[in-house]
Design a protein around this ligand. Structure first.
Ligand SMILES: *[C@@H]1O[C@H](CO)[C@@H](O)[C@H](O)[C@H]1NC(C)=O
Ligand SMILES: *[C@@H]1O[C@H](CO)[C@@H](O)[C@H](O)[C@H]1NC(C)=O
Ligand SMILES: *[C@@H]1O[C@H](CO)[C@@H](O)[C@H](O)[C@H]1NC(C)=O
Ligand SMILES: [Fe+2]
Length: 494
């Protein structure tokens, strides 16, 4: 039918023009460099005798309690803690009402030394077979030093399950870190995606390194004992310190923090994936080999193929080093990983990639730089609707201070940037919509310094296509006036 062809080409012409126009608008608008200047607080670690590092009362009382997702789909948690004085049972008592612990889970205890520092006894217990969407209470330790906490399991994995993630990076243990943590805890988010650089204990020497890992564990317990934090490593976890004969990378981190890496068929705790509610979260290590033929490369290739956007519409990748960053700090450090993985991120329509490392906030446009090969010279980013958003949230507030020097002029790939401390939240509503907020600490929690509606990369285009197909059909069968179509098409594109 010639009418169909005509309608189709009109539709596509209109669509194409609209997309071009939108891209044009994006580019003309340019990026925003926030004029906001924050009040200066000293970027120093809180002294060890401060209340925030308080040791729980009693001999060998469990401390540094933290939980993380324990399996692929959210029916398990790993509960970890330290008994400082002597070995103790690695036992968790738990149940669905406070004080009534029907179940017991048992795990493993470990300890290590770092220079002459000797760690406490570190316990990791997998608690599995949990019900979805249920509040569990748990007890660790025994007698009068027992301590009790609770957590909420996520709803069953599914495409329209609402869920709110918090995003925190480069936290450390300063007054700014405390402010970030307190603001985060008022946000209503349900689990943390952590972007690497936990304690900054490697800023210390000799035995103080281990001591500052312990203090950090006590510092974040106010949140980590109640909510899973999905861990990721940064450069401050490497701790290659030959001057004191400590040369095993990630030693302190690996003894203390667990990840459910086996559940995603990873061979290393440093990279793994979990599915939670409607999100598939992939955690990558910026400081482990990732070029072709390495374990991380092969694993990521297989994991991306396992992603099922019909089950988990939201595909989120976490890494420490940002791939698009226009700050003078760490400029272009992400290039090597970009060269290896960017093509996959575009191919699989990743929704958003969160990174830390740079102590500031920055968000990119949807751009990619994958046309380049060593001989064609096309080595600059271009607008790309299939590309992820790149967001740097390295502004937790550690002792190194803010990265206040952005490159000038703001490059075309950079949409918004600001040097201030804060955290972000991603509030997933359903398969097509999520609300994103970045909150700077200096404002109340309700003030979003950067916020927008994130449209799902897989479903938004699919839903639009379905609507379009419906419109096609109607236009053919019902001979709907072209004017009406124009109206509905522009509605779809916006
Ligand atoms: C671990 O704890 C045991 C028992 O207290 C102790 O003998 C051992 O030296 C510790 N190991 C390290 C590496 O510190
Ligand atoms: C690289 O670019 C050159 C020049 O445009 C082109 O001829 C060649 O096919 C490209 N090679 C690959 C592998 O993309
Ligand atoms: C998804 O959530 C958005 C934002 O709350 C809402 O406008 C939209 O109607 C929802 N879509 C469906 C299919 O429920
Ligand atoms: Fe870093």
């Amino acid at each position: 039918m010639p009418g169909v062809t005509k309608n189709q080409s009109l539709l596509f012409l209109l669509l194409f023009t609209s997309f071009v126009f939108l891209n044009f608008v994006n580019n003309v608008n340019g990026g925003i460099t926030s004029k906001y200047v924050r009040k200066e607080w000293p970027s120093v670690d809180i002294p060890l005798d401060n209340e925030v590092f308080k040791t729980p009362d009693g001999h060998n009382a469990p401390q540094q309690v933290h939980i993380t997702q324990g399996d692929y789909d959210g029916k398990a948690v790993i509960i970890s803690w330290v008994t400082p004085d002597e070995p103790a049972p690695s036992k968790v008592h738990y149940g669905t009402s406070a004080g009534h612990y029907k179940f017991t889970a048992e795990g493993k205890m470990t300890n290590y030394s770092f220079y002459e520092y000797k760690s406490g006894y570190i316990h990791h217990v997998l608690v599995d077979g949990l019900e979805y969407d249920t509040k569990y209470y748990y007890k660790i330790g025994s007698g009068d030093v027992a301590r009790e906490f609770w957590f909420q399991t996520p709803p069953s994995v599914g495409p329209d399950v609402p869920y709110t993630f918090g995003i925190i990076g480069d936290l450390g243990q300063t007054y700014n870190s405390l402010s970030t943590l307190e603001h985060y805890m008022q946000s209503g988010a349900q689990a943390v995606l952590f972007l690497g650089d936990l304690s900054y204990a490697d800023r210390y020497k000799y035995n103080d390194v281990g001591i500052r890992w312990d203090s950090w564990g006590r510092f974040v317990e106010r949140s980590t004992a109640y909510q899973p934090w999905m861990w990721n490593v940064g450069n401050h976890e490497v701790e290659y310190m030959p001057y004191m004969n400590e040369v095993v990378p990630f030693k302190n981190y690996l003894y203390r923090y667990s990840t459910p890496y086996l559940a995603s068929q990873s061979s290393s705790p440093l990279w793994y994936a979990v599915r939670r509610a409607s999100a598939h979260i992939i955690v990558l290590s910026s400081y482990s080999p990732y070029v072709k033929y390495t374990p991380q490369y092969i694993w990521l290739k297989e994991e991306l193929a396992r992603v099922d956007r019909e089950k988990t519409p939201w595909l989120i990748v976490l890494m420490h080093v940002p791939i698009y960053n226009s700050n003078e700090a760490h400029f272009m450090e992400g290039e090597s990983m970009r060269a290896v993985f960017e093509e996959w991120f575009v191919q699989y329509k990743v929704d958003v990639i969160f990174a830390g490392h740079v102590h500031a906030y920055e968000r990119s446009y949807r751009i990619s730089n994958i046309r380049y090969n060593v001989s064609n010279g096309e080595c600059y980013p271009v607008p790309d609707k299939s590309a992820p958003l790149y967001i740097t949230v390295g502004d937790g507030g550690n002792q190194e201070g803010l990265a206040g020097s952005f490159r000038d002029p703001q490059p075309p790939y950079s949409a918004f940037r600001e040097a201030a401390y804060g955290h972000a939240t991603l509030e997933i509503k359903n398969r097509t919509h999520a609300f994103y907020h970045w909150n700077r600490n200096d404002d109340g929690n309700k003030v979003a310094a950067d916020s927008f509606v994130l449209h799902n990369q897989y479903w938004s285009s699919k839903v639009n296509r379905r609507k379009l197909e419906k419109h096609h059909l109607r236009s053919v069968i019902g001979r709907i006036a072209e004017f009406e179509q124009v109206t509905s098409i522009s509605g779809l594109v916006a």
